[in-house]
Design a protein around this ligand. Structure first.
Ligand code: PLP
Length: 399
């Protein structure tokens, strides 16, 4: 391989001229390596590390999954379901095949429980449709908008809040016309200082399309920060190529919020991808959905947040699971989320503690929930507080 030192205005970097981008070095963890040998014996590591190969070879039927997973009676093909089945080969390699169904498998393999309609469950529980000003924009808060740029994800989470809008095919990214309409809306709304690009998963778009979006947003003076919401570093880390990062870092301040569920997702590959993003100066935050029998314990969340901090992802939100149709088997009581927050605050770094929120059904936005540390006032007007160990303290309030 011929490498050549090239210079840009501010830095030196190694240009790998001889090899096409998909051949770039990316780690492969040992469990995944065994999976490749067993299930994709003819694939080369270069192919495996090519994100487009990953999307092309994704698992989209239960029959395909059954070739490497011993499926249970509950794991079935759901023809009534509107949420497609799609799992990247990489993420599939992390699903265990034990009698005991592992946490990651529960998040992506459909089960018959999805057909049960629970109390209060509905499509589009956040009423994002009602807040759609133009097709791709949800403008709910005063100074920021959600820009839904595609309906496609490389891997679908069974509890997805946007189940009603996701699409099976990569061809179903939103059209340029829809994007331009959204960009025009942002241009005309001077109050929008923060744009959150989401979907679907924006990082399943091509580099060119991502650059189109970012450069157009960056050319709007009043847009101060740009954020991308994605699960790609967890389900398709190979997408975080040198080329992609070179594009992203041109549009700072750019933040990325990563949908992370469980410590088992933090493989060598994911860590490599996150470090690459962080090294490009991109602040990383996490968004985690609280899920029954998957990550609903203080110990699991604590481990997850510690693992995230090691790769410079700052825990941001812990979400109560949205009541989409068929989500009862994923949902925990709200008391569980409060218990987790109470179990981490004080016991570990403040940086490891997310905001626990419920995105209010009906479109009320994210509402934070905290355990009751504030215990009211005593007769002398002192504020009574309880600390993490359950001890009471008084603060002489300013009158
Ligand atoms: C979550 C969300 C945002 C961003 O909220 P932050 O609390 O600023 O992260 C913006 N718009 C919509 C519609 C959202 O759901």
């Amino acid at each position: 391989m011929e490498t050549k030192l090239a210079s840009s205005s501010t830095e030196f970097y190694i240009e790998e001229k001889a090899e096409p981008p998909s051949h770039r070095i990316f780690p492969v963890n040992t469990q995944t390596l065994t999976f490749i040998q067993n299930n994709f014996p003819t694939a080369t590591i270069s192919e495996w590390n090519d994100w487009r190969w990953q999307i092309k070879n994704s698992f989209t039927t239960i029959e395909a999954l059954s070739k490497f997973l011993k499926l249970t009676d509950k794991e079935v093909f759901l023809k009534e379901t509107h949420l497609p089945l799609r799992i990247t080969p990489y993420y599939a390699s992390l699903l265990n095949n034990d009698q005991n169904i592992g946490p990651l498998r529960k998040t992506v393999v459909p089960v018959s429980d999805e057909l049960l309609l629970g109390n209060g469950e509905e499509n589009d529980p956040l009423h994002e449709h009602a807040d759609n000003k133009v097709k791709c924009i949800v403008h709910r808060y005063p100074d920021r908008v959600l820009f839904l740029v595609t309906g496609f994800c490389s891997t679908y989470c069974r509890y997805c809040t946007r189940t009603h809008m996701v699409s099976q095919s990569e061809k179903q990214h939103s059209s340029k016309k829809d994007w331009d309409e959204a960009l025009q809306y942002i241009k005309e709304h001077q109050e929008v200082r923060d744009v959150l690009i989401s979907g679907g998963d924006p990082l399943t778009l091509s580099d060119d399309r991502i650059e189109y979006l970012l450069s157009n947003l960056r050319s709007i003076d009043h847009v101060e920060i740009i954020r991308i919401g994605t699960k790609v570093p967890a389900v398709l880390p190979q997408r975080i190529t040198v080329e992609l990062v070179e594009i992203l870092k041109k549009y700072h301040p750019l933040f990325i919020s990563i949908h992370i569920t469980h410590p088992e997702e933090l493989t060598e590959e994911m860590k490599f991808a996150c470090n690459r993003l962080a090294d490009a100066g991109i602040p990383l935050g996490s968004q985690t959905v609280l899920l029954k029998d998957i990550n609903d314990s203080t110990n699991i969340y604590k481990k997850l947040s510690h693992e995230m901090l090691k790769v410079r992802i700052r825990p941001y939100y812990l979400y109560q699971c949205d009541p989409i149709p068929g989500s009862a088997h994923f949902r925990t009581p709200v008391s569980k989320g409060l218990e987790i927050i109470k179990g981490v605050r004080g016991f570990t770094s403040g940086y490891a503690i997310p905001h626990y929120v419920i995105d209010a059904p009906g479109g009320g936005g994210k509402i934070p929930l905290l355990p009751d540390y504030y215990k009211g006032k005593d007769n002398a007007g002192n504020v009574v507080l309880e600390n993490y160990e359950g001890n009471k303290y008084k603060y002489p309030d300013y009158i």
